[in-house]
Write a protein that binds this ligand. Structure first.
Ligand code: ADP
Ligand code: MG
Length: 322
């Protein structure tokens, strides 16, 4: 297929169609109308074969992860996701692959009410780059840098499952077949906390999405805000599978350093406790208050476990070029 018919066949009409979209796929560029009183929130994430997924990963899993990681960035800012663009680099045109990719992308784009409005298609090593755009009320985006000393520290749900699945796949830990099956789903198809992010506007003082490991990402939040985060590891929500691994002599370090959780870490003043309990209840999520932040001391994150200071023994989150 020629490039043009490929685009026409697979890349038009993905997701919902927003009335604010003046021009979508098919022109030299897309045009969107930003509603009065709103600001545009923009992020981009790239997935490279061999780095972010292994060769042979299904097109459907690649599509779902690509959109999920982008949606998670919108969630962390408290933005309503609206539009995406997609840069696709493909080694060859594989119709079955493209159809699966487009189908999954379309169903998730519809579920989260986003519209694909443009992109680029090139030949080369399999690489996917998605840019996402969302809306917030003027001045209301939740940043990483606004925590106040005394705020509570929260995480939106279980941490470490994706990291534990990856460690098992890499032969570093051994898990039962059924545990690995469950954890793999958390690694392959993360659930972005979009609804929570929207509810956190005006409630959270700072927020970050946990994609590079809880410890590394809370370090970023604490450093941006100029505070020290005090993390009580006994309060971190863990899945049944992670707890079983711990009971068998496993370590909390994977939960602290493994990436790909796509939960939100955030701070909020004590006065918001009742509101946050109500939000967790309404969204049916295992939101947990895992500590607090204080005036900056000698380190950005301090951890306590079973009444004693805790430090990580191995790893420190995945970093490119390091
Ligand atoms: P240009 O020559 O201006 O780069 P292209 O031929 O690459 O234009 O793209 C034609 C149209 O198709 C543009 O509107 C572009 O945004 C869209 N498009 C190209 N590739 C994709 C893709 N992978 N997903 C969505 N839209 C795409
Ligand atoms: Mg192009």
């Amino acid at each position: 297929v020629a490039e043009f018919s490929l685009i026409e066949r697979y890349c038009t009409n993905i997701g919902v169609s927003h009335s604010a979209t003046q021009i979508g796929v098919g022109d030299d560029a897309a045009v969107i109308q930003i509603p009065p009183g709103k600001e545009l929130v923009i992020s981009v994430d790239t997935m490279v074969e061999g780095v972010h997924f292994s060769s042979g990963t299904s097109a459907s899993l690649i599509a779902s992860k690509l959109i999920a990681v982008n949606l998670s960035d919108m969630a962390a800012m408290g933005a309503q996701p609206k539009w995406v663009t997609l840069a696709l680099t493909l080694p060859s045109v594989d119709d079955l692959w493209l159809e699966q990719f487009a189908n999954t992308l379309d169903s998730l784009a519809r579920a989260y009410r986003v519209q694909l409005i443009g992109g680029d298609t090139t030949q080369g090593a399999l690489t996917l780059s998605m840019q996402i755009m969302g809306l917030v009320n003027k001045g209301e985006a939740i940043t990483r840098s606004n925590s106040n000393s005394g705020d509570d520290l929260y995480v939106s749900g279980p941490i470490g499952d994706a990291g534990l699945a990856l460690a098992a796949l890499q032969g570093q830990v051994s898990l039962s077949e059924s545990a690995l099956k469950t954890l793999r789903k958390r690694l392959d198809t993360p659930t972005p906390q979009v609804a929570l992010g929207l509810q956190l506007v005006g409630v959270a003082t700072a927020c970050i999405d946990i994609s590079d490991g809880l410890f590394a990402d809370l370090t970023h939040l604490a450093e941006s805000s100029g505070v020290t985060a005090h993390l009580n590891l006994d309060r971190i929500p863990l899945s049944k599978e992670y707890n079983a691994y711990l009971d068998g002599g496993g370590s909390l370090d994977i939960a602290l350093t493994g990436g790909d959780d796509y939960q939100l870490g955030f701070t909020a003043p004590l006065t918001q406790r009742p509101r946050l309990i109500a939000i967790a209840d309404e969204l049916n999520i295992s939101l947990a208050r895992i500590g607090s932040v204080s005036k900056l001391t000698n380190s950005s994150v301090q951890m306590q476990y079973r009444g004693k200071p805790y430090s990580i023994k191995f790893g420190a989150g995945y970093q490119h070029f390091c």
